[in-house]
Every structure is written in structure tokens, then in C-alpha cells.
Design a protein around this ligand. Structure first.
Ligand SMILES: [Zn+2]
Length: 213
């Protein structure tokens, strides 16, 4: 088990301490990255361990979560129950998916940003893609697309708007919505306020992919 180590954590909801496994940085390397940033690793997938699940109350969170306020903590205590499964050790696909779905539930209960929910669902889509389950992958790509779109429409504080627009373009392309894909990729290419050359180059490539299909 020496590719994993136990990290000490404190639950943001019930405040109890617990431990959860993480992958040692020296024990994995990147094999390749897809156009939507889905990353394939040699060794254990570190993304399987991103979401912490509190064994005491069942709260699921990542390092990007805010500490829930009193009202949200009450809602979490009322609506979330601890799992009977052990999330602290090695995780398979099922545990990784369950962990991220629980984190989205908790994110909803504490009104976290849509972009956070989008990235949790995008990871679930990646887990299924790596496993070769295209049908399940599509379901979660659609969930991710929905929340990125909500973020784009409603969240005025998005810092990496170029990346969000690019992902909306690529996720729509992957879901077969070419018209929407072209709309968002066009925004990345033509919006003068986006000055991320890497993202603009990738948007041009995806635009080309659609034309060649
Ligand atoms: Zn807890």
C-alpha cells in the first residue's frame, strides 16, 4: 500500500477528525491528457482520492469547499447520512464515483458555486471514460455541461472564463451539440478579453475538429 499515505483531515461540517488516503506524488505520472483535460495516469489515479468523505457524518468535500455556515450544517446533518462503506483506504471506480456524487450533494446543500459542481461531475465522466463506459460518461458530461453553463450565465466572479468557455465548447462537441460547441469556441477565439494563448489555440483545434467531422 506504499503508493498511498494517510492524510489527517478535519470535517468542515461535524468538525470531527478523520484520515483519508491520498496518492504519493512520486507514485504516479501522467500518460496523456484529453481535449477536456481528462488525465490518464500510470499508477493509482490521484483524482479518485480528491473528495474526502467524513466517516462520522458522511459529508463529502474537496479542498475547494468553503466551510458551511450554521444553516447549511443543519441541512447537511438532516439530509446526509454516513456511508457504511469505507472510503479511507484504496478506492475503486465505484467508491470514487460515490465520493464525488456525495460532494455534489453537499455542494448543493451549502450553495457552493456551480463551477465546483461542474468540475466534480466532469471528473466522474472522466472516471467512466477511462473505464470505457461511454454511456455513463455521457450522463456525467451532460451534468458537467449543465453546471458550466449555469456558471457562465450566473457567476460574475469566474476568474478563468476562457477555460470555462473552452470546456463548454468541448463538452458540447463531445455530446454532439455542434452548434453550441461552435458558439462557445468562437467566443474563446474572438473575445478580446481572453488572453490565454494555450486555450485560444485549443479552441481553434476543436473548431477544426468539428469542421473535419
Ligand atoms: Zn463530518
Amino acid at each position: 500500500m506504499d503508493d498511498l499515505f494517510l492524510k489527517n483531515l478535519n470535517c468542515l461540517a461535524c468538525k470531527n477528525d478523520f484520515q483519508s488516503s491520498k496518492v504519493r506524488r512520486s507514485k504516479y505520472s501522467v500518460i496523456k491528457v484529453d481535449t477536456d483535460f481528462c488525465t490518464y495516469y500510470r499508477g493509482e489515479n490521484p483524482l479518485f482520492y480528491n473528495t474526502n468523505i467524513c466517516p462520522h457524518c458522511g459529508y463529502g468535500f474537496t479542498e475547494n469547499f468553503r466551510t458551511p455556515g450554521e444553516k447549511a450544517r443543519e441541512a447537511i446533518a438532516n439530509q446526509i447520512s454516513p456511508f457504511s462503506l469505507d472510503f479511507s483506504g484504496r478506492r475503486n471506480l465505484d467508491l470514487a464515483v460515490l465520493a464525488n456524487k456525495r460532494a455534489v450533494e453537499c455542494a448543493q446543500l451549502q450553495n457552493e458555486k456551480d463551477i465546483l459542481k461542474a468540475s466534480l461531475y466532469l471528473q466522474v465522466a472522466w472516471f467512466y471514460r477511462i473505464e470505457g463506459d461511454e454511456e455513463a460518461e455521457k450522463i456525467y458530461l451532460e451534468e458537467a455541461r449543465h453546471f458550466y453553463s449555469e456558471a457562465f450565465e450566473k457567476d460574475k466572479e469566474i476568474t478563468n472564463i476562457g477555460r470555462v468557455l473552452y470546456l463548454l465548447g468541448d463538452l458540447n462537441r463531445r455530446l454532439g451539440n455542434d452548434k453550441e460547441a461552435i458558439f462557445y469556441l468562437g467566443r474563446v477565439i474572438n473575445d478580446k478579453t481572453i488572453n490565454d494563448p494555450g486555450i485560444i489555440r485549443m479552441a481553434r483545434e476543436r473548431w477544426q475538429d468539428i469542421r473535419e467531422d
